[in-house]
Design a protein around this ligand. Structure first.
Ligand SMILES: Cc1cc2nc3c(=O)[nH]c(=O)nc-3n(C[C@H](O)[C@H](O)[C@H](O)COP(=O)(O)O)c2cc1C
Length: 202
């Protein structure tokens, strides 16, 4: 069977979600998928970015990550979206990308793919679940097949979010539990998308 194509599309201002996205890449590659890691375009004004050195530094550090385009969505059998929590919602940078997909949606080209999402917030209970559920609203509109991690691996009882991998950035960068959870989530997405792909090819 052809390998599963996975697009991992994320926004990260200061590197936390980027680290989770990289772990998701590892999990998907290990599960045998072809993977594209893509960041969405930065839309914040330069003065906002330069006011936070860690933001400017992360943008520079990830300058070589390709920007997400519609062809990445079209290509993918499964898409994992990563975003920081912004007042309990996905970051506007990711929403801006998603809000350009009307044409693809209208042609039915976003339907029947597997979707899943991960996030970070600064505080515990800071809106991680509402952010993931808000992204889920879009997946429903697209006719997507949502594959959450649930409690399908022992690491989920440590990381504790069945809706999607989540990290409290206020505690520092993602540690081994969050990274393992991201790898597990990606592996599960690849397995679900692979079963669907095989079933459709049969
Ligand atoms: C405008 C704005 C709104 C935010 N809203 C929340 C929030 O509702 N809850 C929370 O815990 N953290 C909030 N944060 C903190 C971010 O979620 C946190 O910095 C982010 O997850 C770090 O991810 P990154 O390093 O990938 O950018 C907010 C940050 C900004 C700039």
């Amino acid at each position: 069977m052809e390998p599963v194509n996975v697009a991992i599309i994320y926004y990260s201002a200061t590197g936390t979600v980027h680290a989770l996205a990289q772990a998701a890449v590892e999990g998907a590659v290990k599960a045998g998928a072809h993977v594209r890691l893509r960041k969405v375009a930065e839309t914040a004004p330069p003065e906002a970015i330069s006011a936070r050195p860690e933001w400017a530094r992360h943008l520079q550090d990830t300058a070589d990550v390709a920007e997400a385009g519609h062809d990445d969505l079209d290509w993918a059998d499964a898409v994992l979206f990563g975003t920081p929590t912004r007042f309990g919602n996905p970051a506007s940078q990711l929403r801006t990308f998603i809000d350009t997909t009307g044409g693809l949606w209208y042609q039915g080209r976003l339907a029947d793919k597997v979707y899943s999402a991960f996030t970070a917030s600064n505080t515990a209970h800071g809106g991680q679940e509402s952010t993931l559920l808000a992204l889920g609203n879009t997946f429903y509109h697209w006719g997507g097949i949502i594959v959450p991690p649930g409690y399908t691996d022992p690491v989920q009882f440590q990381s504790g979010n069945p809706y999607g991998t989540s990290h409290v950035a206020g505690d520092g960068p993602p540690g081994e539990v969050a990274l393992r959870a991201a790898r597990h989530q990606a592996r599960r997405v690849v397995e679900a998308a692979g079963a669907l792909k095989a079933g459709r090819a049969a």
